[in-house]
Structure formats: structure tokens, C-alpha cells
Design a protein around this ligand. Sequence first.
Ligand SMILES: Nc1ncnc2c1ncn2[C@@H]1O[C@H](COP(=O)(O)OP(=O)(O)OP(=O)(O)O)[C@@H](O)[C@H]1O
Ligand SMILES: [Mg+2]
Length: 265
Amino acid sequence: MSMLQAAPPESIADFLAVQTKGLKKAFGTNQILTGTNIEIPEGSISTVLGPSGTGKSVLVKHILGLLSPDEGEIFVHGRALSTMSRSEILALRREIGVMFQDGALFSSMNIYDNVAFPLRQHTDLNEREVRQLVEEQLDAVGLLQSFDRYPKELSGGMRKRAGLARALVMEPGIVLCDEPDSGLDPVRTALLGELLLERQAELGGTMIVVTHNIALAKLISDHISVLWRGQIIASGSREAIFNSPDPFVRQFLEGDVAGPLGMDA
Ligand SMILES: Nc1ncnc2c1ncn2[C@@H]1O[C@H](COP(=O)(O)OP(=O)(O)OP(=O)(O)O)[C@@H](O)[C@H]1O
Ligand SMILES: [Mg+2]
């Protein structure tokens, strides 16, 4: 398999929201990240595309400072995480909105309180100000009418949208969505994709979407990084990736059984 790194246009290379250099991480003898070099351009939607179990969520946790690497460095807006104090890492996490893979809504709180939670936790806004921001976010994801429902009373798609509203309520410069489509049918996935596009266009900032869903990546990405066995084996604009001649990239994008990618990946 050839290593393909499509050269990004200069405007992309100039500003990186997130960058990792030589990231390595093992759990016991299980080497997950094997020298991950990722470059996420600022101000657009980037997807990290890769098969199940290849280390996508582990990479996300490194970017959030929830896991630390065995080797290598993570930069967020040019700042190395290893040089930050604990309080700086906590402050950084407030600037990164996260939509976790499993939704991670608080089951004991209704949707309104779930979305209000980061504001109540991290700001000293009064309840009237909180209400205005929460209602804006709920309205944008079509959940204003459902504000008093609990997570267990929502469909999978509604839970995802509530998770997105909570991830965006602090208006973070970076929002990380880990498998926003998991558990959704293709129509709900496409609708969620449209919503991600709409929210990023409205709020600006950098949206990083981690997924193995090729249709979703095709719908929303400005930029794509392909992760395989803990390394970025291809990156570039959506067009560059979908036109890539690389055999692994082709096999993964076409869902082909024959090719370099096997069950042991
Ligand atoms: N805290 C941990 N301790 C031990 N092993 C872990 C830990 N977190 C992840 N792993 C292992 O790392 C590997 C990659 O996991 P990860 O969750 O990053 O995959 P993924 O690419 O996000 O997959 P999926 O598409 O299914 O979400 C798996 O083999 C997993 O078992
Ligand atoms: Mg995952």
C-alpha cells in the first residue's frame, strides 16, 4: 500500500485547528496508534474516516486530553498539549464541544437541562440568559417542542440532535462528533448530515466528524483524513480522496471484500 498524502491547498496548510505528530498509543501489547500524523484545517468540516476498531475514538480522546500518548504530540490551534497545565487542559476542553459516540446524555435530566448543563457548569450566565441560548440550540436542531422530555423518551435520531445541541451551546471553536450516525438508518443519517452542514455554516468554527460511514463523509466533508491501523494513510480534499488511486482507499470507499483491508484491521 502506498502512502498517499495529497498536498492540501496553501489556505488549508496555513491554519490547523488540530495537528498530531507521531502519535503512538498502546494498551498493554495492543498497539493502537502507530505514529498518527493528522492535520485538521481550521474553519471547515473534516472527517476522520476509518474502519471499526482502527483507533478513531482513541484519537479523539487524545485530542481532548483525556488520554495521553506514549509518544508524539498533539497541537490544538498550534499549542502543544504536553506543555499545558491541568487547568489549561480543562480550559481547552471548554473550547471543544463534543458529541460522544453513545450520545452520553444525562439520563436523569430532561433535554433542556442536558443542553443547559455546560452553561451552568462553566459560565455565570443567569437563568434567563441560559434559557435564551438553550432555546436557540434546541430550535436549531428541531427539539424545542421536546424540551421537557428525558433521553429515554427520545428516538435515536432525537438523542443525537440533543447531543449536538449540547456540544454547540458554548459556541466552541472546535466541535468533535464521534460517529454521529451510529445506530441511525440511512435517511436519518443523511438528515443528520444536513444538520451538521447547516450548523457549521451558521456557527463557523471547525467541525471534526469521526466516522466509518462513507455516504456521510461524502455528504459533509470539506477535508478527509483516512485512518487505518493507527495511521493517517491518506488526506486531502473530499475530491482528492474520492478520486484516490490508492488500493486501500479504493477498497474502503467501495466496500470491496477483496483488497488489502481484511478482518484483522
Ligand atoms: N481504554 C482502553 N483500554 C484498552 N483498550 C482500549 C481502550 N480504548 C480503546 N481500546 C482498544 O483500542 C482499539 C481501537 O478502539 P477505538 O474505540 O478507538 O476504535 P474506533 O475506530 O473508534 O472503532 P468504532 O468505529 O467501532 O467506534 C480497540 O481494539 C479497543 O479495544
Ligand atoms: Mg469509535
